[in-house]
Design a protein around this ligand. Sequence first.
Ligand SMILES: C[S@@+](CC[C@H](N)C(=O)[O-])C[C@H]1O[C@@H](n2cnc3c(N)ncnc32)[C@H](O)[C@@H]1O
Length: 252
Amino acid sequence: MKYSKKELQRELTLPQFPLSAKYDIEWVNENEMGPNSMWLVEFLLNKMKLRNGMKVLDLGCGKALTSIFLAKEFGVKVWAADLWIGATENYQRIKEQGVDDLVYPIHADAHSLPFAHGFFDAIVSIDAYHYFGTNEMYLESLIRYLKPNGQIGIVVPSVHKEFDSKVPENLKPYWEPYLFTHHSPNWWKELWERSETVTVQVADTMPNGYDNWLKWDKTLKEAGILKRNGDVEMLEADGGNFTFARIVANKK
Ligand SMILES: C[S@@+](CC[C@H](N)C(=O)[O-])C[C@H]1O[C@@H](n2cnc3c(N)ncnc32)[C@H](O)[C@@H]1O
């Protein structure tokens, strides 16, 4: 292994994300389902106002890393909902992290959620909303679970320049059709504004988003512990169009 545990932790600690720096890189790597969800959720929460005791839906929470982060760092109550990962598996992880009084795991499909309308103060979704939220009607169906003026925020893999239904030459060797779900912040802003259900407060990209994504995958790959296939070759071929988008809005 190229890095000792300490070196790996140092290498993947970014001043941009001081809260994420508290979490063990090997544990994050073990449980993540995309590039460092702690960095992504910290980036999102810089633009959301969460207070102790608020009720938050973490939609598409995967292995509940971000739900654990939300509970530990903000003291909010989190309904950790995911489709591919079961509630019992997540409950185990939540208990191990000592936040089972604040994080409630739910096995649910984003298209038929088992919650009361108007229940949540906030909805967050990290590296997941593009799987279920790209059509014109989805936001309207989701927003009913928020209180009036409640907040919704997502971070998704994104592009600076839209693909416009054409596969770029340089990405052809790595292309998978789902990459067409990677849209620019402006694309998401327009989609959400057309729904007339929210006021968009923020639609931007993560500063150094491409560099951070590449650094995370490349460092873990060099360390020999990257569990996913990783995006190193694709990102290098891309050269900087890929990034992460952050969209934050309030229910009207
Ligand atoms: C790339 S993973 C990200 C997981 C987690 N947020 C993270 O960053 O580690 C995408 C997640 O979206 C979830 N997902 C996809 N479609 C979904 C749906 N229809 N309802 C709920 N979750 C869904 C999957 O279960 C998966 O855990």
